[in-house]
Design a protein around this ligand. Structure first.
Ligand code: NAP
Length: 324
């Protein structure tokens, strides 16, 4: 396969001069010049993640489909706003994508003329951090492979609050050498960074395990709280005591009070969890596994979306509405 129109080879690549800053004390001497990072997708997750990358001192170029979000970030931290994903890739050593779903990942990487594939150059590394399943990231990695591009899939857990605080859990798949190159950038976004395997997609497999657990734990919180309300339990006392006992969970401690108070502002949108549960069921079907609990929770979310047209954009804690 030839170089796509507009793609850069290493020789053609024109590197802007890089700042000589010792931006991270944990870096080796060779790494003292920080890699330039491109960030595509500044939604609930991508915006605070990119902001943490910039705050750590990495030269940053950002692209967002709705340009105003990119301009808002440029008003907060030092970064350049690119006109296309391809332009963000052209001026970066590492390009990170954080968009919604499979067709969106395909669009930002492969769209004719504007996709990242038209800005890549041999030796750079692309990293997708969304939750999109194994097949999607392998497909994109295969399309990029003829251009000597490293590819790492690195989905995350911890919600928009974890993205804000730089405390995400990052589950990465891909060649260890590529993972190692991106690691200093991961350190700005996460507190737990795990190399899950040498194959692109190995991170996605682990992430779907996470989503299975998330779905069932949000269901548990919703059922428990509804039981508390209907039986007249003291709700603040319930939140406090259960949150410190054996039933404590991330979902209980982060979503319980919001659920009880009817605060359904999204940290993690229902439409994204539905996507994830469908990906998990697809993967489970392929190995003849039934996952009855996941099917049940998915059914509850689908029922809520049928009843309320706005439900997809609500936070996952709105599940309690489907059970009332
Ligand atoms: P979000 O708030 O809905 O943001 C989605 C981002 O993707 C926006 O920047 C959007 O651009 C961009 N986008 C969507 N479709 C696009 C397309 N076709 N072309 C170009 N850009 C496109 O989503 P999020 O919560 O940040 O989640 C992003 C990914 O991370 C999802 O895969 C999600 O499942 C996963 N995730 C989310 C959480 C969480 O707690 N939120 C946690 C872990 C993982 P616009 O601004 O123009 O709409």
């Amino acid at each position: 396969m030839g170089t796509p129109e507009g793609a850069y080879t290493p020789d053609e690549r024109r590197l802007p001069s890089r700042p000589e800053i010792g931006f991270n004390s944990r870096m080796s001497n060779e790494q003292k010049t920080p890699p330039r990072v491109g960030f595509v997708g500044l939604g609930l997750m991508g915006y605070p993640m990119a902001r943490n990358v910039a705050r750590a001192g990495f030269p940053l170029t950002v692209y967002n489909r709705t340009r105003s979000k990119a301009e808002a970030l440029a008003g907060e931290v030092s970064c350049v706003v690119a006109d296309t994903p391809a332009a963000a890739a052209k001026s970066s050593d590492i390009v990170i994508t954080m968009v919604s779903d499979v067709p969106d990942v395909e669009a930002v990487y492969l769209a004719p003329g504007t996709g990242i594939i038209h800005g890549v150059w041999g030796g750079m590394v692309c990293v997708d951090m969304g939750t999109v399943g194994v097949a999607c990231v392998r497909n994109v990695a295969e399309k990029l492979a003829p251009h000597s591009i490293g590819f790492v899939d690195a989905p995350v857990s911890g919600g928009s609050w974890g993205a804000e605080s730089g405390t995400l859990s990052i589950m990465a798949g891909g060649a260890k050498a590529d993972f190692d190159r991106v690691y200093p950038v991961f350190e700005t976004m996460g507190k737990k960074i795990v190399h899950c395997g040498e194959s692109v997609g190995d991170g996605q497999k682990v992430k779907l395990v996470n989503q299975i657990n998330i779905a069932l734990s949000v269901e548990a919180v919703a059922e428990g709280l509804l039981f508390a309300v209907k039986t007249g339990a003291n709700i603040p006392a319930t939140l406090d005591a259960v949150g410190a006992g054996a039933a404590a969970s991330w979902s209980w401690n982060n979503l319980g009070a919001r659920m009880a108070g009817g605060d359904y502002a999204p940290g993690f949108k229902i439409e994204h969890l539905i996507k994830d549960l469908r990906l998990a069921l697809q993967a489970a079907d392929a190995v003849n596994l039934s996952l009855p609990g996941v099917r049940m929770v998915l059914g509850h979310y689908e029922k809520l979306c049928e009843a309320r047209p706005d439900a997809g954009g609500l936070g996952t804690q709105a599940l309690i509405e489907a059970l009332k």
